[in-house]
Ligand binder design. Structure first.
Ligand SMILES: NC(=O)c1ccc[n+]([C@@H]2O[C@H](COP(=O)([O-])OP(=O)(O)OC[C@H]3O[C@@H](n4cnc5c(N)ncnc54)[C@H](OP(=O)(O)O)[C@@H]3O)[C@@H](O)[C@H]2O)c1
Length: 344
């Protein structure tokens, strides 16, 4: 484990880290630490990474009940706050899991995350996926829950009303969506009393989602970028032969070679300069530090940005197969490929 002296040497003043201004006026650090360790690291390792990352200068942490580590992260956050970082300087996100969309479950589930994280409020609470569906954490992509259903807007809005109530109760400061599409978000924006502050979505140089990215920003939401490095550590079950890796892309590697950084740093500079908020995961303090350093050091040139814009491969890595609701479907159906919500 990296010692305190090494962490101090890595430290970056959080005031130097770029921030975004949300529609509410709140400021969110333009990079966060992901906390989904897949199956390959323990909850304790992720919690240790939270402590290291805050010593390095991170203030934004992307959590979720389904990651199975909120209790350990809660202990880590207590340590972080005991070290002198006030709660108001932290940005903590959590997410409602798919089997808790029921009206009676939303508030209880949020309260459980708050209890586990040891907090009195969350900065942001997301509906993790737009499909209510039980599947056990870590299950194979071929798993089909007996209760799987299509996106039904009326059902989503019943859940959203409870999300809005969480804001009214002061338990969360902002609410947001995740894994949405333009047609689904259009309906939510039409019907929401409290609009989503953010949409969390897969975004990396091989999956730039330009239409959804532009839509999200045009409607005053912040795009939060998951898998910003192309998720090189994701489990086998989430890999398919068509997947490509932005870290191996010749354009990214050429830029990285020229400026003397790891390809990860190029992906993160690109993300922040393009206007999204990446949440890279790492339990390696060298990587955690390098990722923060990437976004406070020299920016990419306009030519670099153009070169990366040109390598989009529309390569979605997190396909969501477990949410398919009937036989004979392909995972694309989950993402409304025809510009309309895929009918049940
Ligand atoms: N809303 C959603 O549905 C959703 C879905 C997926 C993910 N997420 C969130 O997004 C976060 C990030 O996604 P992700 O973890 O799948 O993918 P990612 O951040 O693109 O990639 C993480 C992987 O990159 C490696 N890495 C990190 N920094 C590195 C560096 N500087 N050099 C070399 N390797 C580096 C990490 O390994 P080391 O630990 O060895 O550094 C880890 O294996 C998750 O943790 C989670 O919080 C949300």
């Amino acid at each position: 484990m990296t010692n305190h002296l090494q962490l101090a040497a890595y430290r970056i003043d959080p005031a130097l880290v770029p921030h975004r201004r949300l529609a509410s006026g709140a400021r969110i650090p333009a990079i966060g630490l992901g906390t989904f360790g897949s199956d390959h690291v323990t909850a304790r390792q992720v919690a240790d990474a939270v402590v290291s990352a805050s010593a390095i200068g991170y203030r934004h942490f992307d959590c979720a009940s389904v990651y199975g580590n909120e209790k350990e992260i809660g202990a880590a956050l207590r340590e972080v706050m005991a070290s002198g970082i006030p709660r108001e300087e932290l940005w903590i996100t959590s997410k409602l899991w798919n089997d808790k969309h029921g009206e009676e479950d939303v508030i209880a589930s949020c309260r459980q995350s708050l209890a586990d994280l040891g907090l009195s409020y969350l900065d942001l609470y997301l509906v993790h996926w737009p499909f209510p569906n039980f599947h056990p954490p870590g299950c194979d992509v071929g798993f089909r829950g007996g209760n799987a259903e299509a996106y039904i807007h009326g059902h989503y809005m019943r859940t959203w009303r409870k999300m809005e109530e969480l804001v009214d109760l002061g338990l969360v400061h902002h609410i947001g969506t995740s894994n949405m599409t333009v047609p689904k978000l259009s309906l939510v924006l039409r019907d929401a009393r409290i609009r989503p502050a953010v949409n969390e979505m897969e975004l990396h140089p091989h999956f730039q989602q330009p239409a959804l990215f532009d839509f999200v920003r045009a409607h005053g939401m912040e795009p939060i970028a998951y898998c910003p490095l192309g998720s090189p550590g994701r489990p086998e079950r989430d890999r398919t032969p068509e997947d490509t890796s932005p870290l191996d892309d010749p354009a990214i590697r050429t830029i990285a070679g020229r400026i003397g950084v790891h390809p990860s740093a190029v992906c993160l500079k690109w993300a922040v300069q393009r206007g999204q908020t990446p949440i890279p995961f790492s339990v390696n303090p060298d990587h955690v530090a390098a990722n923060l350093r990437a976004i406070v050091s020299d920016p990419l040139t306009a030519d670099d940005m153009r070169a990366i814009a040109a390598i989009d491969r529309n390569c979605r890595l997190i396909k969501g197969q477990v949410f398919l609701w009937k036989d004979g479907q392909s995972w694309e159906d989950l993402w409304d490929p025809n510009g309309e919500i895929t009918p049940p």
